[in-house]
Design a protein around this ligand. Structure first.
Ligand SMILES: Cc1cc2nc3c(=O)[nH]c(=O)nc-3n(C[C@H](O)[C@H](O)[C@H](O)COP(=O)(O)O)c2cc1C
Length: 241
């Protein structure tokens, strides 16, 4: 096969001895690792639980992609736990808030959005996760189920899920340090987050499916992000199997 853009990307973003992409870091320009929606209505999430759930080995052994969900609302406690497992703050060290999933350089380029579709006590709509406060910010209130399934190559099961995570990357956060290699790292970050959510779902007796087959700019338009500085990477549907 003729080398394409992916092959060039792989080659040109390799680290080699004496060939590291970085260099001088302007600490005054260090990007903030969070996005804010200051005017959005806010919803407090339940305090995350650090004990209980299924033991880890059992959760790893039982995880499967689940694409059929019962029409039973998710509780707010379950929602909170899933979000926290993906991107919640788990400790503070020397002023840095570190999260449940690892992130290259602790730069946290991934933003978490949620399509809330069937959760007790929350209206359907698109919400953004406010990491520092462990709160949701309501971006758009409406039933996005058909539009979301269409934007994901007509994968209808997304419309049946209680919630669908949408993770975007704010590329500049990682490019500040890693330049073009950042494009490797944002996808790795997203993978860690998605796996945490997948295991958390199993631990709660829920099922999830990771979805990367999507029309990027259709999902971006739903989320209200520009597709250049910030663009969708990955989705995960969760519901009761
Ligand atoms: C990067 C990635 C993208 C995926 N995209 C989709 C998708 O668009 N639609 C889907 O139904 N499953 C998708 N999956 C789920 C895989 O099909 C599934 O993980 C695989 O068949 C193995 O099955 P298991 O998850 O039950 O172990 C994706 C998984 C990964 C890791």
């Amino acid at each position: 096969m003729k080398p394409g853009i992916g092959d060039r990307f792989q080659e040109e973003t390799k680290y080699g001895r004496g060939r590291l992409g970085g260099g001088y870091l302007d600490w005054r320009a260090r990007p903030e690792p969070v996005k804010r929606y200051p005017d959005a209505p806010r919803f407090k999430l339940d305090p995350p639980q650090r004990e209980g759930g299924l033991p880890l080995w059992e959760a790893v052994g039982r995880r499967r992609s689940v694409r059929e969900y019962r029409n039973i609302p998710m509780t707010k406690a379950e929602l909170s736990q899933l979000i926290w497992a993906g991107q919640g703050v788990t400790t503070k060290i020397s002023g840095y808030e570190l999260r449940a999933a690892p992130s290259a350089g602790a730069l946290y380029p991934v933003e978490t959005y949620l399509f809330i579709q069937n959760v007790d006590g929350l209206e359907k709509g698109i919400y953004h996760y406010s990491v520092k406060e462990h709160e949701l910010e309501l971006i758009r209130q409406a039933d996005f189920r058909p539009a979301l399934a269409e934007a994901a190559l007509d994968q209808e099961f997304l419309a049946e899920a209680a919630i669908v995570f949408a993770w975007t990357a704010v590329f500049g956060r990682s490019k500040w340090k890693y330049r073009e290699r950042a494009y490797r790292y944002v996808y790795l970050d997203a993978g860690h987050i998605a796996q945490n959510v997948a295991l958390a779902a199993v631990a709660l007796g829920l099922g999830s499916c990771q979805v990367a087959a999507l029309y990027d700019d259709e999902v971006n338009a739903l989320l209200g992000v520009d597709g250049e500085e910030e663009s969708v990477l990955y989705l995960t549907s969760v519901g009761r199997p």
